[in-house]
Ligand binder design. Structure first.
Ligand code: J9N
Length: 229
């Protein structure tokens, strides 16, 4: 059963990259089907408006609920998971990507402005799985880039999408720290040599060196990922 993804956005062109490379191949292979929907196709006024001023005052504009209700109703089934990217959401992570990769149907609601009227989440929450997700503690102009990131991270975990599942096995073993540094030819580049051990053929020494490098890098860059932190 292929994974179906429906993306609802006011900037469909943001999703052209999904036709390229691994994501494009995943669609051609039939493992994943991705459809992009323009939210403005679900408006009913002459100006095709999708936002209005916030109740309670405040800066910016909020996306009105009705176009979202119309758009989501057009694609939703009882198997759907509705994903709403927002800086206020739970943190998206590799385990969440793995969960999404094993879903049947994902609907991404890409909000702009100051967000989507909260009643959209409230309306669908009793009916289907609804997940407000953040890709990190920084604010984008809209949910489109967050959606691209979540789709790429999830689709690459769909069985059969990655040519070499071996790389997924390594990835899972590398946690909880960050990955060791990688090198390839030439053996010397601008006076810089590849670490000798990597050319030695001693696989246990190489494994030990890589584990040490992962710990050094994790300590320096991501101490929050160290065991017991
Ligand atoms: N992690 C994250 C999500 C977002 C936005 C989603 C929708 C508008 S802004 N910014 N940062």
């Amino acid at each position: 059963m292929p994974l179906r993804i429906d993306v609802i956005t006011i900037f469909p062109d943001y999703f052209a990259p999904l036709q390229l490379s691994l994501m494009g191949k995943a669609q051609q292979s039939g493992l994943v089907t991705i459809a992009i929907h323009d939210l403005r196709e679900f408006t009913s006024d002459r100006h095709r408006s999708v936002d209005d001023t916030p109740y309670g005052g405040g800066a910016g504009m909020v996306m009105t609920p009705e176009p979202w209700g119309q758009a989501i109703d057009a694609v939703v089934t009882d198997q759907s998971t509705l994903i709403v990217p927002t800086p206020a959401g739970k943190l998206f992570s590799q385990p969440v990507a793995a969960e999404l990769a094993h879903s049947t149907h994902l609907i991404f609601a890409c909000g702009r402005y100051e967000g989507i009227d909260q009643r959209v989440v409230e309306y669908y929450r009793p009916r289907i799985d609804v997940r407000e997700l953040s890709i990190g503690d920084y604010v984008l102009a809209g949910g489109d880039v967050a959606t691209l990131a979540m789709i790429e991270a999830s689709v690459r975990l769909v069985p059969g999408v990655l040519g070499n599942p071996e790389s997924l096995v390594e990835e899972s073993h590398q946690l909880p720290g960050v990955e060791y540094p990688s090198y390839t030819k030439p053996p010397t580049w601008r006076g810089l040599d590849v670490p000798e051990v990597l050319l030695s053929g001693h696989h246990d020494q190489i494994a030990r060196w890589r584990a040490e490098q992962s710990t050094i890098r994790t300590t320096h860059n991501r101490p929050d990922l160290l065991p017991g932190s």
